[in-house]
Design a protein around this ligand. Structure first.
Ligand code: FAD
Length: 336
């Protein structure tokens, strides 16, 4: 167990979250963070909960820097069953005795992390966007506050394991390392399936099968200015040309132009893509709460006084129905 916040070599456990039988990108981002936190001479353990053996994913984690991958394989883990997943994490914590457990700040991670922290008497820092390690090995966790208007740097007090969730799309994903340098072990993790109180009866995708918004590098987002469900079509074309996903403001969802699964903002998804293109969105504070941390923001709006221009890196003052098709045309031309 952790005794000093400044120790430089640690044992880190990572919850390698999967979706639809494949590793989520945030799992690889958490792996990159885990390697940094482990430090020279430290160990990174990953735990996979699955019902299909997940052999390829275990190998991918080892190739990218995990030293040991613990695989819990049971039909009860096919879909996200919180009690079963908590039992898996409990078994992994007991087997590894880590200084820290890292999870993605996803729906599953947000549900699991506080429960595991409570069960293990551990500290919990949620929604971490950056990890700072100074020359003395002192570790600070940066997380946004007040819907991204401020950031705080938190540290754990000594004596307890750390439980951390990392926000998707904010840290570099661990890359495959030179095969010659990599050795790793895959271990079966046994656990007892507890009484389950909930069961997944079916999964309905309402985002049209597109890329997960929280993990998308590029988002083309539409607001009330898009005027109708059909008005989203040019945005979909631009997103497809760029290899991105489509998002929306709450006003567009409320108006029935698109599904609430696409809503970005305070009461929707929080996203941090490389590029966010806001089309016909005014830039209300509740919308900014979900996207203002995007790396580059382009706003397209007829109103030059729209607040969205206050956070935009580039602005187009004009009609989105003219600007968006022109952008698509240009993207397709340069990509040819
Ligand atoms: P509007 O504010 O109506 O803006 C439409 C914009 O489109 C205007 O700026 C207009 O100039 C421009 N426009 C019109 N036609 C064109 C055209 N042809 N070309 C270019 N530009 C054009 N909102 C969210 O988005 N996400 C949230 O999570 C969220 N949570 C909320 C939670 C609470 C508790 C509350 C009270 C509100 C929340 N809202 C949220 C709502 C938020 O306050 C705004 O009402 C909403 O963001 C406005 O959406 P909009 O920008 O699409 O619409």
């Amino acid at each position: 167990m952790m005794t000093k916040t400044t120790r430089t070599s640690r044992t880190i456990l990572l919850f390698a979250e999967r979706r639809n039988g494949a590793l989520r990108r945030v799992a690889l981002e958490a792996l990159g963070a885990a390697r940094r936190l482990a430090g020279d001479g430290g160990q990174v353990h990953a735990v996979i909960a699955c019902a299909d053996g997940a052999a390829e994913d275990a190998a991918a984690l080892i190739a990218r820097g995990a030293d040991v991958v613990h695989v819990a394989d049971d039909p009860a883990l096919r879909d996200f069953a919180p009690e079963a997943y908590i039992a898996v994490l409990g078994a992994a914590m007991a087997a590894v005795g880590p200084d820290a457990l890292l999870l993605g700040h996803t729906a599953a991670g947000r549900e699991l992390a506080p429960r595991v922290a409570a069960a293990h008497g551990a500290g919990h820092i949620a929604d971490v966007t950056a990890i700072e390690i100074d020359d003395d090995g002192d570790v600070g966790f940066i997380r946004p506050l007040y819907a991204g208007k401020a950031f705080e740097r938190r540290q754990f007090l000594p004596g307890h394991p750390w439980i951390i969730t990392v926000r998707p799309n904010n840290m570099p994903a661990a890359e495959p390392q030179d095969a010659a340098d990599r050795g790793g072990t895959v271990k079966e993790l046994s656990f007892t399936v507890p009484k389950l109180y909930t069961a997944v009866r079916g999964i309905v995708s309402r985002a049209g099968g597109q890329l997960d918004l929280s993990e998308a590098d590029i988002i083309v987002s539409g607001g009330r200015g898009v005027r109708s469900a059909a008005g989203f079509e040019p945005l979909r074309q631009l997103a497809a040309a760029l290899g991105g996903a489509v998002g929306a403001s709450r006003a567009a969802c409320d108006a029935g132009y698109c599904d609430y699964a696409l809503q970005i903002g305070q009461t929707g998804k929080v996203v941090t893509p490389q590029l966010y293109i806001a089309c016909g969105i005014s830039g209300a504070i509740q919308h900014l709460a979900g996207m203002s941390q995007s790396r580059t923001i382009i706003a397209i709006n007829k109103d030059s006084d729209a607040p969205i221009f206050g956070v935009a890196d580039y602005g187009i003052i004009g009609d989105l129905f003219e600007a968006v098709p022109l952008l698509t045309e240009e993207v397709l031309r340069v990509r040819q």
